[in-house]
Write a protein that binds this ligand. Sequence first.
Ligand SMILES: [Zn+2]
Length: 323
Amino acid sequence: MSDVAIGVDVGGTKTLALMIARDGRMLGEVHAATPHAIAESIGAPTAEVVAGLVKELCDAQGRSVSEVPIGVGLPGMMRRDGRLVYAPNLQSASGAELGPLLGASLANANVFCENDANCAALAEHEWGASRGIDDFVMVTLGTGIGGGVFADGQLLRGRSGFAGEIGHMVVVARGAPCLCGNHGCWERYASGGGLHRLTREAALEGRLPTLVAQRGNAAAVRGEDVTAAAAQNLDEAVVVVREIGWWLALGLANLAAILDCGHFVIGGGLSSASNLVLPAARQYVADLVEGHAARPEIAITSSMFGPRSGAMGAGLVAFERSQ
Ligand SMILES: [Zn+2]
């Protein structure tokens, strides 16, 4: 039984790999850009990047790759057998069986694949913000929105393993087009991509005059400009950030109505802006959820591990499944 594991989180823009100890201590961290080129062999560029990071971590820590279990978190619909059957935000790996691909290029290492937001939920439940909490939803705000649902202390998997694809709940009928092919999905409004879209819209409508003047034109204003300016209390930026908070609250209210979960843990790349977005989301959830006054308080908190939750949880998956 290995005393360390490697957890890899393949995100929409960045792939992060951590070596962790059994108590969750982080021993090493490396990252690389996530490849998006569609290769003849589906998933091969992703496998190549992941294998490179794994080798780099093992070399730095003086470990042999074949002795360290490896967990890989991937965005999208992950079947129980570890096949990523549909990944709108990672189309270069959609349909890939990364476990065998990686095993072949890593000296037959033990590789276990899991949905990335499920990994984040497992890490926060084991070591982080939802430790000891049986009913919660992990919501990862990155390029899209990922979800990991804990009900009665268990990760909800569903019939095929696809449970928790909350980013593709439709919140606007015939709304903004989504990479999944549908329209009006929640992740088009409340993720990092949603922030970018709402920023663009607000800039073109003349609602961000100071930022447009700073950048020179409306198309050049980025989501990061809005969160940075909101942190400095620039009113026009605060309005857009609160708008993101409203969209986040809309999806959370729907989830609370379905699941009766008392706790939402918000993580992912956009979670760095959470001290701006979450207060608005808390306020709006009270307006949007059915029977708010009749419910116990619904907690909305930041994840403990931020953008590292997914990789930490992937490491936890590697420990648990290699036993
Ligand atoms: Zn969608």
